[in-house]
Design a protein around this ligand. Sequence first.
Ligand code: NAP
Length: 296
Amino acid sequence: METVLICGGTGMIGQALRAYLRNKGFKVIILSRNKSNEFHDKWNPIESQFPKKYLNTVDHIINLSGENINQRWTAETKKRLYSSRVDSTSFLFSLLAHNEHTVRSFINASGISIYGDRGDLIINEKDSPGVDFLAKLCVDWEREAENIRALGIRTNIVRISPTLSDQGGFLKIIQPIAKMGVLNPLGSGKQFFPWIHIDDLCAIFHFLLVNSEANDVWNACSPENVRQDEFNNSLCKILHKPYFLPAIPSTLIEVLFGDRSHLFLDSICSKPENLLEKGFLFKFASLDSALKNVLD
Ligand SMILES: NC(=O)c1ccc[n+]([C@@H]2O[C@H](COP(=O)([O-])OP(=O)(O)OC[C@H]3O[C@@H](n4cnc5c(N)ncnc54)[C@H](OP(=O)(O)O)[C@@H]3O)[C@@H](O)[C@H]2O)c1
């Protein structure tokens, strides 16, 4: 039985991944900054705390740590968003660089936001990054993961798209608004909005663990590209709610949300080109089937 250690595995993705990998026969250990209990052990990357006993027993490390982005972005918050991702990965690099270990592969989360606003351009993994706060954060985050690859450890970087799950994430925020029948397009509504179903995301992590050739950067987004308007429309249709309100102008969103407005307004028409090339099959390639599954 292979062992996977998930750092930051108490969150929405980590919990789904834990169940998925257990089902596939992996032993899964979760690290959290909170006091250890029967479900997880304690670490704290900022205070350089790590239970070193695992370094000589685990086969794979997956790093999902990161302060939640769904909050107001003050200067202090931005520091925490950055440090919880970049410094945690850098801490894992120094652990692996300076200790004996049994780790054969490492997977680091990143975000599809790395590309920034690209209009209608079709983006694959070879495209250059954007320049806004989130894009730069992802670049630095990935650079730390690349340092782990440079140690000779098979490393995969997963550029995660907004994830559809019934356990949280952005759907938890917009679903109640849609249910009240007051969902608006944000900005033009014409911006491409990448997304992925949580089951497909877990399957991608599993695919990267078991595929010993995998050692790359991967866009984790559905192959079907939709614009934000189409996304909202599908959501409202499935919920049997109207979708007719006027758009909220981009300028207002920029004033209200500052740098965070990129999350809502950037147009990213990404393709999971590397995954498709390697024969990965998406279970939820169409938005309607993904939304129906999650909302049911
Ligand atoms: N969900 C999405 O749609 C999405 C999209 C793109 C990228 N991602 C990335 O994927 C990763 C996992 O996402 P998720 O949705 O599972 O997030 P989540 O539910 O917010 O969980 C994040 C995890 O990070 C840990 N964490 C929170 N604040 C931290 C801090 N200041 N320092 C160190 N660790 C901290 C938490 O663990 P403890 O509090 O137990 O320590 C938690 O388990 C994140 O890095 C996120 O940026 C997610």
